[in-house]
Design a protein around this ligand. Structure first.
Ligand code: ADP
Ligand code: MG
Length: 444
């Protein structure tokens, strides 16, 4: 028998994988791969997105595919994956132009399009700051925007309040809406429920159910926000959601959901719906780190064309760590004060303005200035004594005590504290803290 062609090996491998892993897993990870070329010992395929390539590598699907090559052909064939360029096949089904690449391209205005009333234009990829903690979810959202219905369907973003779930979901909607002619519907769970109740019209006596199903089951892209808020009592609504889901899934229409917990923990949805959703791609969105918070604050200031002193940005970033909405709220408050009073805001004023937001546990709203003043007053010294170079015991002990207290009750780093105490090194601060801690044991 003549040698199998490499392209045949590839298609046979795909069929084998589909049989082994099942339709859903196959559709999610393998349908976006297209045969590109081959030489004696390797097959090169093209992934629809870089995200897909990264995920295949990350999940170790590559060696899995290579074992299948061997099973099919009896040869050791390596798999190479490339990205970019034009993909053929299911991608770009004509209606919506599909792009590949890493970042969404700027919107092409084929014709002047009216704003989509369901979407807030400011929630787009451009205004969403990438931080170390959200790279994965952003990449997934980008991949979906460029290959709606084909990349990862359904897609669920879950995480705590104010972390950017709605923003990112709408960014997908905005991207698709401005780059294609696809119909994008974006609603909250509550809106979906209310609309369902209204159309079914128990109170009006008019059953306009058909209109409802026409609208939702013929959407190209359906985005539903906060699916944990479907009421446990709204059984009919949830059933209707399930049928909508099934219709859209069969037609390869993209669905994106957000919710505040892992989907398995949703008690308000039926088991079958939960199980369908968990077959898609589910990604958690995490709170940003300190550096991420600084980056977000700076970006917001840039967008609003405002400036605020660095130390105030740091004050906010240090204290508001749980969610981005509160971070924005704190910044808004400072900006509003600035605008109203019309003068540059000082750290003291900022602390005053933000006192109900600032963390009550770590008293970081105590500035080093204030702390030093208290210590100096207590020992009847001057601030300059504490910051200065004098080495007499009457000054060294209070100085060390000041450093120790600063480390205990503020979140300033040893470097920052050292810098403040007359430009000393962080190791000086560490050794001061150790000395005081030692002494405390003997002298409470
Ligand atoms: P959620 O839906 O998770 O409760 P939202 O999407 O409403 O949160 O986000 C809350 C606010 O924080 C919005 O104004 C949003 O623009 C902003 N936000 C969240 N994450 C980011 C980010 N990474 N970059 C820029 N803004 C963000
Ligand atoms: Mg939200």
């Amino acid at each position: 028998m003549a040698d199998m062609s490499f392209e045949t090996i590839w298609t046979d491998t795909l069929s084998l994988i589909e049989k082994e892993l099942g339709e859903d897993e196959y559709a999610m990870w393998f349908s976006g791969l297209k045969f590109s070329r081959a030489d004696d010992k390797s097959i090169t395929v093209r992934a629809a997105t870089k995200f897909l390539k990264d995920q295949l590598t990350h999940k170790d699907y590559i060696s899995y595919i290579e074992t299948k090559f061997h099973e099919i052909s009896g040869k050791n064939i390596e798999l190479d994956i490339e990205t970019g360029g034009k993909t053929t096949g299911k991608l770009g089904t004509g209606r919506g132009e599909v792009k590949t690449g890493d970042k969404p391209a700027p919107a092409i205005h084929k014709k002047e399009k009216q704003a989509n009333p369901h979407l807030r234009p400011e929630f787009n990829f451009d205004t969403f700051v990438e931080t170390a903690n959200n790279t994965f979810v952003i990449n997934a959202a980008n991949a979906i925007s460029k290959n709606p219905g084909l990349a990862y369907n359904p897609f669920l973003i879950f995480g705590g309040v104010g972390l950017g779930k709605t923003h990112l979901m709408q960014a997908i909607g905005n991207y698709i809406y401005s780059h294609t002619d696809l119909t994008v519907i974006c609603v909250t769970a509550e809106e979906f429920t209310n609309e369902f109740i209204e159309y079914v019209g128990a109170h009006t006596g008019k059953n306009r159910m058909k209109e409802f199903t026409n609208k939702y089951r013929h959407a190209d892209v359906l985005l539903i926000d906060d699916i944990h808020l479907f009421s446990t009592n709204a059984k009919d609504t949830v059933n209707e959601l399930f049928y909508t889901f099934e219709a859209l899934r069969k037609a390869n229409k993209q669905m994106v959901f957000t919710c505040d917990r892992p989907v398995q923990e949703l008690k308000n949805l039926t088991e079958r719906l939960v199980s369908r959703i968990s077959q898609g791609l589910t990604v958690e969105i995490n709170p940003p780190s300190y550096e991420g918070r600084i980056a977000i604050l700076k970006r917001k200031l840039f967008d609003k064309q405002k400036t605020v002193p660095e130390e105030i940005i740091e004050l906010i970033a240090r204290n508001v760590s749980s969610n981005v909405r509160d971070l924005e709220g704190a910044l808004e408050k400072i900006i509003a004060y600035n605008d109203l009073v019309g003068q540059a805001i000082t750290l003291e004023i900022a602390q005053q303005q933000l006192k109900d937001i600032l963390s009550p546990i770590k008293q970081v709203n105590i500035t080093l200035d204030l702390l030093l003043r208290v210590v100096a007053d207590y020992f009847a010294l001057s601030i300059n004594d504490l910051k200065g170079k004098k080495k007499s015991q009457t000054i060294v002990l209070p100085r060390q005590l000041g450093m120790y207290i600063a480390r205990q009750i503020t979140e300033y780093s040893t470097t920052e504290v050292g810098e403040y105490f007359g430009g000393r090194d962080h190791s000086t601060v560490i050794s001061a803290c150790n000395k005081i801690a030692e002494r405390k044991k003997a002298d409470p």
